[in-house]
Unconditional design. Structure first.
Length: 467
């Protein structure tokens, strides 16, 4: 079974969070509502207590209490209160001798030990046949400072504690919460699709590149993590495109470069065949030497091509260590000293005694510097100038190698780093891979190499490594 798409997963997770939030809100509101009703009920009871006490004590003061209690006025008064307050009302006479009620139904008798602690009034919540009753025992003072009590039992099913407006607010609140939940659930699905849209775009771009369109790139419009993913995808696509194009270019140039020595070998063999037929062995041996030299050149070329391909793909996976680049350059200057003396090259060096090391592979850095210095020595004319300088900045070290040479006018200096590039009309031996290899090595260690004119009659190469 195919797993659900990302936007479906986002929708499900968001919907679950929404449901949990709604449930939490409902429970919170319910607890607050119950507390509100309870508080309102207590306020209601306190109000009724005050009213009952004032009514009874006033009535008892107004009339002679004994005659009032003995005649029918008290019964009529209690019934009127029952109709008015929708509660069963009883009058407990002093000393608990007698109880007069608004109706003949029995009342609940509360133990005196429970009443002893309540001087203002006694309240008890009763449940009877799914009805909620409030039992109130209200102490009152009879004339002569005699203590009695009023007993009232309210049926909350008949009493509107919460007003109609409050009930409407509660109803609207629940409808509002339900509407928010429904509306949010409806909007979650397109929102989840909108969130996952950039990822679908990345998928389509990957498929397009896999189909051969290496120039395709993702258009990133956001600055969030998905935007960072799109930028990283474009960097990866750039690297893949460069590698593929470089491989194609190398392959095309290889086919051209290998044909030249092969053609010369073919001609030499034809001459050798003719000369052997003439039994001129000395001439034949010289042509055999030519064939051997061409084979050596081809072998050297193939080795350099393989090295360049290896550098393109191995990147930074080789063993690295702290490399003293200044010492490498000093060793190379000593190595090329005889060649510079032969051409009477004027060498100027600026190499500080204390020079920071870089974290890299020693063989790679040695090869890059060797190619650059070898290239400078080969292309410097007799009695020319060669300068090698190392400087340190705040966060990087720069190696500058410059030499006098013949430079084509209006030439793009970046072409010097292209594989198999050689200046027009150059008679210097080589295959045009030295600078390409040097550039690849430098960039593999996140360095930078550039070419620029030098002293109006030469070229300088600047190599920078982070430290």
């Amino acid at each position: 079974m195919k797993p659900p798409k990302l936007h479906i997963k986002i929708f499900y997770v968001s919907l679950l969070i929404l449901i949990l939030t709604e449930v939490l809100v409902f429970f919170l509101f319910s607890s607050l509502a119950v507390k509100y009703v309870h508080t309102t009920a207590l306020d209601y009871l306190a109000y009724r207590v005050k009213g009952f006490r004032q009514l009874f004590e006033g009535k008892l003061q107004e009339k002679a209490s004994d005659s009032f209690i003995k005649n029918q006025d008290i019964t009529s008064f209690l019934k009127d209160l029952e109709q008015l307050y929708k509660a069963k009302v009883c009058l407990l006479l002093p000393n608990g001798n007698k109880t007069i009620c608004s109706s003949d139904s029995p009342i609940l008798v509360i133990p005196k030990k429970d009443l002893a602690q309540h001087k203002t009034y006694y309240y008890k919540d009763l449940a009877e046949n799914d009805r909620h009753l409030f039992y109130m025992h209200i102490p009152i003072t009879f004339p002569g400072d005699k203590e009695g009590a009023v007993i009232a039992i309210f049926d909350l099913n008949d009493v509107k504690i919460v007003s109609a407006a409050e009930e409407l607010v509660i109803l609207l609140f629940f409808l509002y919460i339900a509407g928010i939940g429904l509306g949010t659930a409806i909007l979650l699905f397109p929102a989840s699709r909108f969130i996952s849209r950039p990822i679908r775009t990345l998928r389509d771009s990957a498929i397009q590149i896999a189909d051969g369109d290496l120039s395709h790139r993702v258009t990133t419009k956001s600055n969030d993590e998905i935007g960072d993913l799109g930028n990283a995808f474009n960097l990866m696509a750039d690297a893949v495109e460069r590698m593929v194009k470089g491989t194609k270019q190398i392959s095309a140039n290889i086919s051209h470069e290998l044909r030249s020595p092969l053609a010369r070998i073919r001609i030499a063999l034809e001459i050798l065949r003719d000369k052997l037929s003439e039994a001129n062995q000395n001439v034949s041996i010289s042509h055999i030497d030519i064939i051997e030299n061409e084979i050596e050149d081809m072998d050297s070329l193939i080795s350099r091509i393989l090295l360049l391909s290896k550098l393109d793909f191995q990147k930074l996976y080789q063993k690295k260590e702290l490399v003293d680049i200044a010492q490498i350059i000093l060793d190379l200057i000593e190595r090329f000293a005889s060649a510079m003396q032969t051409k009477s090259i004027n060498l100027k060096t600026t190499i500080p005694k204390s020079c920071p090391s870089i974290f890299a592979n020693h063989n790679d850095i040695h090869m890059a510097m060797s190619n650059l210095i070898d290239n400078a020595v080969k292309y410097t004319p007799d009695s020319g100038k060669l300068e090698i300088k190392i400087t340190r900045e705040k966060n990087h070290i720069e190696i500058f190698i410059a030499n006098t040479c013949v430079v084509e006018s209006q030439i793009n200096l970046d072409k010097f780093f292209e594989p198999f590039y050689r200046p027009a009309g150059s008679k210097i031996s080589g295959y045009g891979l030295g600078l390409t290899i040097a550039k690849t090595i430098v960039e593999n260690y996140r360095g930078k190499i550039t070419a620029s004119p030098w002293n109006n009659n030469g070229i300088g190469f600047s190599i920078k490594f982070n430290i």
